[in-house]
Structures are given as C-alpha cells and as structure tokens.
Ligand binder design. Structure first.
Ligand code: SAH
Length: 396
C-alpha cells in the first residue's frame, strides 16, 4: 500500500503534496529492489540509485536518508519527505542457558511478537515471525492457541533480521556466530501473509540486502495449498511443511486447515512447487512427536509409506510443552525408535534438538503479547468447528 503512494507521487511537487496531506510516511526497510526501482522511476530517478539506497539501509544500517552521501542532495531531500527507515521497537531480550536469544518486538498494531536466534557449532539460525498470533489454531502450538491479531508488514519482518544482525554481528562480533540461516518458523502462518512474506524473503536472499542462499532461507507452512501454488514462479525460497501426522484423521485434529486441504492435495502442491525450482531441491517435513497421538510404531510405518519416493527430508520435533496444554512429549527412547523406523524405510530423518526451552523460545512456544487475545482451551479443536473458510477468504 505504501509503495502505491510513491508510484502515485510521480514528481517532487506531488511528493510534497503527499507530505503536506499528512499521509503516513512509507518505511523503506520493507521495499524490494524491484519496487524501489519503480518508485525511483516515478520520481524521475535512475534505477541504479536503488542499489545505493539498499546498501545504505541493509549493509551499513543507516536510518537517515540525509547521510547517504553518494546520492544527490535533491534526491536525499525527496526521500526524507516521503519516507522513513524504521526498525520495529525491541521491548525485551531474554537469553537462555544454552545461548539461544529471544527478543520481543512491538508491531505497528501495538501487539508484540517474538524473534529467536539459535547459535550452533557451525551455523546461526534466526527464527522470524510473520504474524502476531495465528489463525490456524493448531492444537499443540502456543501461538495458535492465542488466536490471530495482525499481519506483520514487510518492514516488520525484515526488520527482525536487521536488528538481530546489527546486534550480533556488529556489536558483538567476537562472541557470536552470524546469521547463516533464516527460518520463517516464528509466530504466524507465513503463507497467510503472502505478499509481505514474499517481499521479505526476496530481501533476505538479495545480495544488496542480506544475501543468504535460497537453500538457507525457509518458509514453513501448515499447508495453505492455494498459496503454495502461488509461490511457483514468484520465488525459489526453500519450503518446509508442518505435516505432523501420517493420515488425514490425525492431521484433521492437530492441524485443522487439513479439513480444507487434505494431505494428498497438500503433497501434490509441494511437489508442484519443488518442480518449478528446476534443480534438485527437497521439501523439509516437520513432524512434531506427541505422546500417544502420532508417535506409535504403526504411525511411523504409515508415514514411511506416505512419503516413499517423495523428495524430502524429515525433521522430528519432540513436542515442547506450553502452559495450558495437556499434550505430552514422548521420551527420548520413543523418539529414537520412531526415527530408526523411518530411516530403515529409506528416509532421511533428523531429530531437532530443543533449544531455548527455559525462556519459552522453543518451537511452538512463542506467544508474544496480543492486544486481541482469543479464547484458549488447550484442548484439541473439535472437528467441524473451524472457521477456515473465513480465514482463507481474508488472506488469499
Ligand atoms: N505456521 C507455520 C510456521 C510455524 S513454524 C507452520 O505451521 O509451519 C513452527 C514449527 O514448530 C511448525 O512446524 C509447528 O508445527 C511446530 N510446533 C508448533 N508447536 C509446537 C510445539 N508445541 N512443540 C514442537 N513443535 C511445535
């Protein structure tokens, strides 16, 4: 929406009109190279200026157009009139005993969302939020139990990367490994905030912004089938699917959007997307193990049959508990037994190490602070009571 304002502002005079009309300034943090070139063209400027501006914002972390010394004073003045460069506000930071760091940040809506950095031996993963709360109501996820508050803007999504990168790579370069991987596995369903998420991953992967390889930037989805088809041809980011069940009966309970888009349709959509990438790429399958619900030997057999021949690797996530939930994590022996069963069936399987559990930063524990908090029962949602059509109508 912000960009349309720019495109309308086709001359400096009109830009001044925009400023004087009291319209909100647009945050340049969330503008992709392509959109910035369009904007500059509408201001009568050369497209290469986009490169300079992006580097000032994302490489040198400048927040002030007037300091962009390699662009003309006239353009700097225009940009100052119509735009800002603003990170989300950091409200708090918590550090786990295992080194995982969690930040709470404030969105434009006033509600708060969370970002987690997980340093490991040979990589540093940033887990980014795409929405405040989530509408999908997955029964084992703290965010889902809160309900939906608002979408994050592109600036608020990419701002999480910029803030954490500034902190860990610039202020404390000796102590910390940098960001090598980004996963959209924080709060929210990325594919229900489609445009902002696609612009954000564009910036994450673009050399003029964060330059992270497409194999190391991952969108994780609970299974919004039409949006997976929409991704095809628009991006080549890596995809992870929160499957969590070997059949529709169990998945309908755990991930209610499955009642709208069952497993067969979902895997077909993922296969289609992978097919458009034109090279050997695999789908990451996330499977949260929940004691007595989806962790039994016959579930493993069924999962192996379901995924036989599919280009994927499976990531098992032992359930992380959160307040109010009655679901339980299986013990380590059961987790390993489940893994071995799949490996013996020829699948590639890893177990995700739980990180940051003491600060509620592990998968599914992010809760932020919502202004519009929804009712939470902590129980599995009853079949047929899921307003999925309303959610999808709004988002797609
Ligand atoms: N909505 C997206 C992004 C969230 S990603 C999605 O569903 O993929 C967070 C990952 O952690 C998802 O795979 C999610 O299903 C999983 N998860 C959620 N709650 C969890 C919990 N309590 N324990 C372990 N994993 C959980």
């Amino acid at each position: 929406m912000g960009l349309n304002r720019f495109v309308l502002a086709a001359s400096f005079v009109q830009v001044i009109d925009v400023a004087e009309s009291g319209m909100e300034k647009t945050n340049f943090l969330g503008i992709t190279k392509c959109k910035l070139e369009q904007l500059l063209a509408s201001l009568g400027e050369k497209p290469y200026r986009a490169e300079q501006i992006l580097k000032w914002i994302h490489h040198r972390y400048h927040d002030d157009f007037s300091q962009m010394t390699d662009i003309s004073k006239a353009l700097r003045d225009k940009l100052t009139v119509i735009g800002t460069i603003e990170d989300p506000k950091v409200v708090s930071e918590t550090i786990s005993i295992d080194g995982t760091r969690k930040w709470m940040m404030q969105a434009g809506s006033g509600s708060c969302f969370e970002t987690v950095f997980i340093p490991e031996e040979n990589r540093g993963t940033l887990c980014v939020s795409s929405q405040v709360g989530c509408a999908l109501n997955c029964s084992f996820c703290a965010t889902g139990q809160q309900g939906f508050d608002s979408d994050l803007s592109t600036a608020e999504i990419i701002g999480q990367v910029r803030i954490v990168k500034k902190l860990i790579e610039v202020q404390e370069p000796v102590h910390e490994r940098g960001i090598t991987n980004i996963v959209l596995m924080g709060m929210g369903e990325p594919l229900l905030n489609f445009d902002s998420v696609l612009d954000s991953v564009d910036l994450m992967m673009h050399d003029l912004a964060y330059g992270i390889s497409k194999r190391r930037v991952t969108i994780s989805t609970a299974g919004v089938v039409p949006a997976i088809y929409r991704m095809a041809g628009k991006t080549d980011v890596s995809l992870a699917l929160s499957l969590h069940a070997p059949n529709d009966e169990i998945r309908n309970m755990l991930v209610p959007i499955n009642r709208k888009y069952p497993i067969a349709q979902l895997l077909e959509a993922c296969r289609h997307y992978l097919g458009t990438l034109g090279e050997k790429r695999t789908l990451t399958i996330e499977y949260t193990l929940i004691k007595g619900v989806n962790d039994q030997p016959h579930h493993g057999q069924e999962l192996a049959t379901l995924l036989r021949g599919f280009p994927c690797k499976i990531n098992l996530i032992p359930l992380n508990a959160f307040p109010g939930s009655k679901l339980k994590r299986p013990n380590n022996i059961s987790v390993r037994a489940f893994q071995h069963r799949l490996v013996n069936a020829g699948l590639s399987v890893t177990v995700r190490t739980t990180r940051g559990e003491d600060i509620q930063a592990a998968c599914g524990q992010l809760a932020g602070q919502l202004l519009k908090r929804a009712e939470s029962s902590g129980a599995l949602p009853p079949s047929g009571q899921y307003p999925v059509d309303d959610v999808l109508r709004r988002a797609l």
